[in-house]
Design a protein around this ligand. Sequence first.
Ligand code: PDD
Length: 286
Amino acid sequence: MNQQLTAYVNGRFTPLEDATIHIEDRGFQFADGIYEVVACFAGTFLDLQPHLERLQRSCEGVRIPLPCSLEEMATLVQETYKRNPFEDAMVYIQITRGAAPRSHLPQGELTPTLIITSRNLPKPSDAKLASGVKAITLQDIRWKHCEIKSIALLASVLGKQEAALKNADEAFWLDEEAHVLEGCATNILAIIDGVLVTHPLDHQVLGGITRNMAIRVAKEHGLSVEERPWKLTESGLTEAMMSSTTNAVMPIYCINEQIIGDGKPGKTTMQIRGWMLEAMDALRRA
Ligand code: PDD
């Protein structure tokens, strides 16, 4: 399709290059907003309802009123996709508290800003999939509400820069006891003694929709799953993978120069990825 993208901004569809927001939007001035990223395969969304429910929880978490009902949001998301109908699409939804003269305390009743865009879902390269990715770890410097999908992503931007400087694709945050929490834009799961292990859902990690999908397909295929704090030093660690809407699961072969398993994409990781891709193909045929 031609690359002229159409965005939804506060009740109107407009060419992306003409889409603008007020300079006193609180999203711009305070990162006072939340967002979602949803994948769509040949017109069928993957887990749209869980994404919208997380959007609602994020809004509640920062006391921004939802600008419309979840049903209306689903319609707007579908409408935005239809105007940018990529075979594999990534729909971005952002809600901020709205525009007002700059004051930390929000004054009066503000009208939330809602924007939605749809663009091509980037595909991980075959080379990356064949080798897996390299990652680093960093001490967690983020705020204490990572379960909220906040647009305040400066720590994640710095983490990604730090990773790139070391030729790595992702940085994973560690808590004070060196438990592995999640990445700058991904969750992380490991195979430890044959069990799929990932940090439990709490304020230190985002409840990734893809993380849930990985857990779901693993259980469906008889794998054991444990949601518990874990460390890179555990002796039974043989595989690691990161999950996100844009990656499904992606194998990790090296973290901080520590080679994971035999340094190749893990067998179980690739099985989980295969099961997830089958589910995505089923959506394409739906
Ligand atoms: N990021 N953890 C963090 C900190 C994230 O930013 C993301 C997603 C995830 C994975 O969530 P999900 O499986 O629901 O995509 C975990 C999105 C894709 C982004 O910021 O672009």
